[in-house]
Design a protein around this ligand. Structure first.
Ligand code: ZN
Length: 385
């Protein structure tokens, strides 16, 4: 019923110092110097000495039904396993389709999001796919966002990519109109999540769209902006003028910038960190030197954050923000998620300070990883225990 996390170094992601955190049922009930347990029954005390406590990561770009398919049917990537997401320290995901909206659909995406939720994860989805007209359940983006609980926006709509429909500014405006109106009607984020490819124009179509309309800049979240160096520097300017920018884990610094490199440059260039998020693009296809393409690992998100903090010694608060608070704000889940605060959901990571490895994961106050061991797996994973 109660869990008391004792004496951990709390990053909310703002640094709070050494605190006790009392979780009651699925919520954080209290954060204080020293919380007494005398009057509580059924309380589990978790010693967090030499541990960092932070909010569970939020991944706003995960191909939960599998991406890929660019090299024929054999290259279609299978659906993701619950424990693969869990062991990456991710407690909330936004699932999305991507390139293939012919052999996959938003209905399947919704079903997978519901399955992962039953298994224990917090899940949302974007309706849509790369192309315009885009894939939907009801036939209209606005109806999907307004009427389907899990749909919080549209994406990933592709621009500047040979696999995109090369949308005109007017086509993008129409999609934005549906997302904006659907978001307002249902009190959701209503964002347009935009895949930016290696194409010639980079962020230009989005910049033109923002300049030529009255849509608020914060409703657009362009991603993969660290995939090449030109695009990266274009994105820093975009963020400085108030735009959101999202980096993808696993990118290499040979062609673009890895996440640790990208975050280091962001801090050096004094880009407002509030504008920056990082997502995994996990379970999608990524270019590979040997085989052409391979499956993007969802765990790479945690690894990139670990390297940024442990090896690059970047500001822990700022780095954590990019996968917790900033994402929660972007997709309108803040302050319910993305932060350690009284009244927030009990989605919590306990991290071993020494090597920044995952010690325990709580989702909605329930323990899913305990002292490095997965204690609750997905529906078809139990046989592997
Ligand atoms: Zn993409």
């Amino acid at each position: 019923m109660f869990k008391l996390l004792k004496r951990g170094e709390c990053y909310a992601p703002k640094f709070l110092g050494k605190k006790d955190i009392l979780v009651a049922f699925n919520k954080i009930y209290k954060i204080d110097e020293n919380i007494a347990t005398d009057n509580l029954i059924d309380v589990e005390i978790i010693d967090c000495t030499d541990k960092i406590i932070c909010p569970g990561f939020i991944d706003q770009h995960l191909h939960i039904t599998g991406g890929g398919g660019e090299e024929g049917f054999v290259s279609r990537i299978p659906e993701i396993k619950f424990s693969d997401i869990l062991t990456a320290g991710i407690t909330t995901v936004v699932g999305l389709l991507g390139f293939d909206s012919i052999t996959r659909n938003v209905e399947g995406l919704l079903a997978k999001a519901r399955a992962l939720e039953t298994e224990g994860l917090n899940t949302y989805i974007y309706t849509g796919s790369y192309g315009i007209p885009t894939a939907t359940i009801t036939g209209k983006v606005i109806k999907d966002i307004t009427l389907i609980d899990k749909v919080i926006g549209v994406g990933e709509i592709a621009i500047s990519d040979h696999r995109s429909s090369h949308p005109t500014i007017d086509m993008l405006k129409e999609i934005a109109c549906e997302a904006r109106t659907g978001g307002l009607l249902s009190n959701k984020a209503g964002i347009v999540h935009i895949h930016v490819g290696d194409g010639k124009k980079g962020l230009k179509p989005l910049i033109e769209l923002v300049e030529d309309s009255d849509y608020p800049m914060e409703m657009f979240v362009p991603t993969h902006l660290n995939r090449n160096k030109n695009l990266f520097y274009q994105s820093l300017q975009f963020a400085k003028s108030g735009g959101n920018i999202d980096f993808t884990s696993g990118e290499s610094s040979e062609t673009g910038y890895s996440v640790p490199d990208a975050l280091e440059l962001v801090l050096k260039e004094k880009v407002p960190i509030e504008r920056v998020t990082v997502s995994s693009d996990g379970n999608g296809s990524i270019p590979s030197k040997g085989t052409g393409i391979e499956v993007g690992k969802v765990y790479q998100l945690f690894e990139d954050i670990r390297v940024s903090i442990l090896e690059r010694k970047l500001d822990l608060e700022k780095v954590l923000k990019t996968v917790t608070e900033n994402v929660a704000k972007r997709i309108k889940l803040y302050p319910q998620k993305g932060v350690l605060a009284e009244g927030s959901d009990g989605d919590i990571l306990i991290i071993n300070k020494e090597d920044f490895s995952i010690n325990s994961v709580l989702i909605g106050g329930k323990k899913f990883i305990d002292n490095g061991k997965v204690v609750k797996r997905g529906f078809y994973e139990n046989c592997q225990l």
